[in-house]
Write a protein that binds this ligand. Structure first.
Ligand SMILES: N[C@@H](CCC(=O)N[C@@H](CS)C(=O)NCC(=O)O)C(=O)O
Length: 143
């Protein structure tokens, strides 16, 4: 059964979902979307469903609000249409386009291509910083 409102699934910390959460809150307020926070055990169980114990022909047993994309990534945004999407910054950009924004206005002004280019440049630079931070953390602190 599809979700009744846009549902963002991620862990219970900011991480890669922070921009998507902020943009969804700005576009839809507190009650216009679901902030579905899962723990690592739930995430592992959800990922196993795509594996179906090695039976690739079986349909995965996916429940609403849980991992719907074979990519197995979070953050994931599931929509009432039944479709689901990953990639945190893409979800944030989508949310910025949903309206003019309740708090911050016109965060992604689609009519101005050059301004969107400038915004995307910053967003991609931030993404590189997140990736580098994760790589450094894994290299120096998780050994
Ligand atoms: N490019 C994706 C990367 C998402 C990503 O790496 N998510 C991690 C959690 S922060 C994940 O789901 N890892 C689980 C896995 O790869 O099994 C994005 O920016 O949203």
């Amino acid at each position: 059964m599809p979700v009744s409102k846009p549902t963002l699934t991620y862990f219970d910390f900011p991480g890669r979902a922070v921009s998507a959460r902020l943009a969804l809150f700005n576009a839809l307020g507190k009650d216009g979307w679901e902030d579905n926070r899962i723990n690592f055990d739930t995430f592992k169980e959800e990922k196993k469903k795509w594996n179906n114990n090695g039976d690739a022909s079986a349909e995965p047993n996916i429940t609403a609000g849980m991992l719907k994309t074979r990519m197995g990534y979070v953050p994931q945004l599931e929509l009432p249409s039944g479709k689901a999407y990953t990639q945190g910054f893409c979800i944030a950009r989508y949310a910025c386009m949903l309206g003019e924004g309740k708090y911050a206005k016109n965060l992604y002004p689609v009519a101005d291509a050059e301004l969107c280019l400038a915004i995307d440049e910053i967003v991609n630079a931030l993404d590189e910083m997140v990736n580098l931070t994760l790589r450094l953390t894994m290299t120096f602190f998780l050994d």
